[in-house]
Write a protein that binds this ligand. Sequence first.
Ligand SMILES: CC(C)(COP(=O)(O)OP(=O)(O)OC[C@H]1O[C@@H](n2cnc3c(N)ncnc32)[C@H](O)[C@@H]1OP(=O)(O)O)[C@@H](O)C(=O)NCCC(=O)NCCS
Length: 200
Amino acid sequence: MSNATRKAASPQNFMQTSYKIRRASSADITEICAVSLSATKKFSGIPALADLGRDEEEPATVRKWLSLGRIYLAEVEEGQALGFIAAYPMDDIVYIAEISTHGSSQGRGVGSALLNTVFQWARDRAAHDGVSMARVSLTTYADVIWNGPWYRKRGFKEVDAASIGPRHVEKMTKDKQERNMVRPGYRRCCMLWEAEASQQ
Ligand SMILES: CC(C)(COP(=O)(O)OP(=O)(O)OC[C@H]1O[C@@H](n2cnc3c(N)ncnc32)[C@H](O)[C@@H]1OP(=O)(O)O)[C@@H](O)C(=O)NCCC(=O)NCCS
């Protein structure tokens, strides 16, 4: 799955760009930071969240994600990344730390393909660990159209962070208190996706 060639449909001219999804390594850190910066510019259009649009992911953070779990990169060819997803085990389930599609490639299915790659990893991991259900979590803005509603459409449900585990509660608290991400009218929430483990 992760190395399959896919097509990103362009809504403007129906041309298609082929890309692959592969595991990222430390050699991809600069590229990943550039995609993250481009993707978060989307928040510049929301006055209350506009400062988030200027946030650039630190190389140290990307290095931490690589050491804790996996990053999958969607790329046309080396050096031409369209998007990435970073996920790692937290409270015994797969937690998505970030998913970002480059601003020029959004709305063409790249984010959905990256999400499906992590779903497959979670299914395989659950089967390997002898757990019947695969679970994937994240924290996000409940009502920003490309956050909560986008995940809901892809099978996530809003849950109480405490029902997953203490590290999810810590993450929600950090988003609010240290990262100042909760703004008037913009609620943060914890979401969970569940499916049966892969058949072994
Ligand atoms: C969330 C994100 C990764 C989705 O990536 P993507 O490649 O655009 O995702 P897809 O093309 O698979 O899906 C886009 C869908 O959202 C819909 N959509 C709704 N509003 C949209 C908007 N303002 N911009 C883009 N897509 C929008 C599209 O119509 C499409 O719907 P579909 O499922 O009916 O096709 C991307 O929007 C992004 O990088 N956002 C900024 C970073 C971010 O907020 N990440 C999540 C943090 S929790």
